[in-house]
Design a protein around this ligand. Structure first.
Ligand code: ADP
Ligand code: 5GP
Length: 192
């Protein structure tokens, strides 16, 4: 029988460099057998997003029905009117395939998953060196409007208050150093 996979939770204020670190980890270390958790969302697909790849895209009504039927391990209204949630069945399917499942969820969802799974889960908070640097990175990334950048920066101070609840905080100042730290933490946990 395949050994069931573990759970690895990454949370960070937007612009901290979480995607950069996670994408690098998955590409550089296939031996870690990492796979993204696929959440459900009530928002419509963007660009090239496909159902069952980035998310399971469901209607607000369907989302409510699944909440009522207790299908979610956790769910949050991350943006007004936009729900995101992790299905219990999806986590089971992925871990039973032997995948070590990576979660990219908001800070509250991350803490809830950690609380539920305890030692089977590793939670990592990626912290920017400062709020000013976070803003500079979002401006340099050039994927958001100035209003969206201010919204993300505005949320960061609140998100930073969750850092002490995580197993580890990785400060992403020097990228190469942060990559090594993330690798060390995740490989140590997966191979434990
Ligand atoms: P997140 O996924 O947390 O929103 P990204 O991975 O998209 O953040 O990173 C935000 C921007 O900052 C990107 O343009 C990325 O290339 C850059 N970046 C990531 N890490 C660093 C770092 N250590 N130093 C400087 N820039 C970084
Ligand atoms: P997006 O840019 O994809 O619309 O929004 C993503 C936001 O929702 C990010 O903050 C991401 O971490 C969060 N998110 C995605 N899936 C889930 C989930 O299943 N649960 C929770 N709590 N947050 C999620």
């Amino acid at each position: 029988m395949t050994k069931p996979g573990k759970l690895i939770i990454f949370c960070a204020p937007s612009g901290s460099g979480k995607s950069t670190l996670v994408q690098w980890l998955m590409a550089a270390h296939p031996e870690l057998h990492l796979a993204f958790s696929i959440s459900c969302t009530s928002r419509p697909p963007r660009g090239t997003e496909q159902n069952g790849v980035e998310y399971f895209f469901i209607s607000p009504d369907e989302f409510r029905q699944r909440v009522a039927a207790d299908k979610f391990l956790e769910y949050e209204e991350v943006y007004e009117g936009r729900f995101y949630g992790t299905l219990k069945s999806q986590v089971d399917t992925q871990t039973q395939r032997g995948e070590n499942v990576l979660f990219d969820v908001d800070v509250k969802g991350g803490c809830n998953i950690k609380d539920f799974y305890g030692d089977r889960a590793l939670s990592i908070f990626v912290q920017p060196p400062s709020i000013d640097e976070l803003r500079r990175r979002l401006v340099a990334r050039a994927t958001d409007t100035p209003e969206a950048i201010e919204q993300r920066v505005g949320k960061a101070a609140y998100e930073l208050t969750f850092a002490p609840r995580f197993d580890h905080v990785v400060v992403n100042d020097d990228l190469e150093r942060a990559k090594e730290e993330v690798y060390r933490l995740v490989s140590g946990f997966v191979n434990r």
